[in-house]
Design a protein around this ligand. Structure first.
Ligand code: XCC
Ligand code: SF4
Length: 643
């Protein structure tokens, strides 16, 4: 296949072509070998949760051996995906909470509280007395409360109280206020075993509760505790794409999601002694770059460059210039071991939960983090001499990244009047039509990055402010869409005017996938600011995951839906359409319950149209599209929307 069909990114195309020449297999080749993929699996109508099966339902055999119908089977599969995604974000969150506590108690000596201000705010929110107490003492109490959120035997998620009051009422009414995160995941697995919950609506309602435990629980805790421990990001410049690898330096890649180890690897790489060691082996220095969400975490906090998103992990090694790759959890392809063996790259797994056969495992220990990190960096330095031919693509772009709820408010109002008021006003006066989230992965079934870019362009052109996270952010960065000057050229006149006035770009890069929780908090505060309705579902807001891969994306999608947001997935990447009832509920009925729903569209321009139509409908309902303006906007624009 032509590399151009695999990625729109020149750097990736170059390495893909190089790998083909060298006869090395990558993710796209493996996808080709899997084709055609199972039609039952694609619709979610196969079940293999008991040994009377596996069963796959069809017209001829519409029921599984136990009598389960397509509705039950599809709903169970959906719920299990949400539970798995929730567990991923939340196990990450729990690890952060444990480290946070260890740091506060002085056990994790290489870490210390970096954002005392945010610690105090969170303490107050959680009812922790702060008067006359040291930061560490406060952090111990906060950490214990946070850790309990995962497994407490009673009560509901404390962070969910950040949602607007009417939202919490809706959750109460439908009995989906999330309890302990572990409990929701365990109950999801229980309900979806053979012979338990066999009512699709009931299964899907529990999917909402489980997903809410992710968004307003595990993910939100991960984000807040990471901010306090590693520092709350503020907007800064970063470089992205394979061109960030340095031809004459020791290159280290950190990859995965939880930044516990990689935070310290970055620190170790700036150790003068280790830099001297690198120079002694003939390198000019040590260069750390990231991949996937670990990259996002480090970029927004420390300006560490990003080598690429999910589909770039094998390509980075195939440049021949990576001395060492340290991976933690999630989105780490087993194929890395094989490609690393073709080069000199040393690969290490560092998370106790995640090992790969034949890959050396150096587990993270909170007491000895720096020592372990130095060992890994030294292994990279020692490996520099084994480098063979290298071919690093020249492409790299820079952009501004690291927006948070705090920094957006600050940008809008300044330090003393930090507030969403200017944003709300500009949404109300129509200069900004609304807000869109572009999130999620890069999937080999879609030409890499193509939909994220096209969607972002379409939205900002129509004066919609875009917030991005995850691999979508990295995609935008690779195309200079996070470069304020470049992006502003593509923005509509209203959005451009506002962005220029307050000095913010039209696409705000908000971090990793657990940082989607930042979007929930920001949206809640926008509601609280006033003028845009009473609940999240009143906001002119929508989200899209057009290149989604993981179960985590399903969990995120469902917590946005249950929070009142319209979420768009690509139809072929949504394997739950084998039941009419499930489909009708997720794409429609759920809106009556929660005010949000799913929509399916693979074409980014059409997806933008759906999002904009939704935004305009919300504006109409809010009464902020006054007659004169509507006339100005409607004719041409709306016709264009109705393609
Ligand atoms: Fe993984 Fe987060 Fe998806 Fe990228 S965006 S492929 S989940 S790295 Ni989260
Ligand atoms: Fe088949 Fe029912 Fe067992 Fe699923 S639970 S494998 S549908 S018998």
């Amino acid at each position: 296949m032509d590399p151009k069909e695999r990625s729109i990114d020149k750097a990736a195309q170059e390495v893909i072509a190089h790998m083909a020449e060298a006869g090395q297999e990558n993710i796209w080749d493996r996808l080709d070998k899997q084709l055609p993929q199972c039609g039952f699996g694609r619709q979610g109508i196969c079940c293999r949760i008991c040994t009377m099966g596996p069963c796959r339902v069809s017209k001829k055999a519409p029921l599984g051996v136990c009598g389960a119908d397509a509705d039950t089977i599809v709903a169970r599969n959906f719920l299990r995906a949400v539970a798995a995604g929730t567990s991923a974000h939340s196990d990450h969150g729990r690890t952060v909470a444990e480290l946070f506590l260890a740091a506060a108690k002085g056990r994790a000596k290489d870490y210390r509280i970096k954002d005392g201000e945010k610690l105090h705010r969170l303490a107050e929110e959680l009812g922790v007395e702060t008067k006359d107490k040291s930061d560490n003492d406060i952090a111990v109490e906060v950490g214990e409360i946070a850790l309990a959120e995962f497994g407490k035997s009673q009560g509901t998620q404390l962070m969910a109280r950040r949602a607007p009051a009417p939202r919490q009422e809706i959750w109460k009414k439908h009995n989906v206020v999330p309890r302990a995160i572990d409990r929701e995941v365990v109950e999801a697995l229980h309900r979806s075993t053979m012979g338990v919950d066999q009512d699709y609506k009931s299964l899907l309602t529990h999917a909402s509760r489980t997903a809410l435990a992710d968004g307003w629980g595990g993910s939100m805790l991960a984000t807040d505790l990471q901010d306090i421990l590693f520092g709350t990001p503020s907007p800064g410049k970063g470089e992205v794409n394979l061109g960030v690898l340095e031809a004459d330096e020791v290159n280290i890649i950190v990859h995965g999601h939880d930044p516990l180890m990689s935070e310290i690897i970055v620190e170790a790489a700036s150790d003068p002694e280790l830099i001297a060691n690198a120079k002694a082996v003939g390198a000019k220095g040590i260069n750390v770059a990231g991949i996937c969400c670990t990259a996002n975490e480090l970029l927004v906090r420390h300006g560490v460059p990003v080598a690429g998103n999910f589909l770039c992990q094998e390509l980075a090694i195939a440049t021949g210039a990576v001395e060492m790759m340290a991976v933690d959890v999630q989105c780490v392809m087993q194929g890395l071991g094989k490609i690393a063996a073709c080069y000199h790259t040393k690969l290490f797994t560092t998370a106790p939960q995640a090992k790969i056969p034949e890959v050396e495992h150096v587990p993270f220990e909170e007491e000895n983090a720096l020592e372990i990190a130095k060992k890994l960096v030294s292994a990279a330095i020692d490996n520099y001499k084994n480098r063979g031919d290298i071919n690093i693509p020249s492409e790299k772009e820079s952009g501004i990244m690291g927006f948070t709820n705090e920094s957006i408010k600050y940008m809008l109002g300044g330090k003393f009047r930090a507030s969403y008021r200017p944003l709300n006003d500009n949404i109300m006066n129509g200069k900004i039509r609304g807000i869109a989230a572009i999130v999620g992965c890069s999937n080999p079934k879609v030409p890499m990055d193509s939909t994220h870019i096209a969607l972002a362009k379409e939205l900002i052109k129509r004066d919609v402010l875009v917030l991005t996270t995850g691999c979508a952010t990295i995609a935008c960065a690779k195309r200079a869409m996070l470069d304020p000057k470049e992006a502003l050229k593509l923005a509509g006149p209203g959005l451009r005017e506002v962005c220029e006035t307050v000095g913010m770009p039209p696409i705000l890069a908000c971090g990793s996938c657990v940082d989607n929780s930042r979007l929930l908090v920001a949206a809640s505060e926008i509601v609280a600011e006033g003028g845009l309705g009473e609940d999240l579902c009143d906001l002119p807001l929508s989200g899209a995951f057009l290149e989604s891969i993981t179960e985590k994306a399903t969990a995120i999608g469902q917590y946005f839906v249950a929070s009142g947001v319209l979420v768009i997935f690509a139809e072929e990447l949504f394997p739950y359409l084998g039941s009419e009832n499930v489909k009708n509920y997720l794409l429609g009925g759920v809106e009556k319950d929660f005010g949000g729903r799913w929509a399916l569209e693979s074409d980014p321009v059409k997806a933008a149209q759906i999002m904009i139509q939704h935004i305009e409908n919300k504006r109409d309902a809010l009464g902020i599209n006054d007659a004169a303006e509507r006339k100005l906007y409607s004719m041409e624009d709306r016709q264009a929307l109705e393609v």
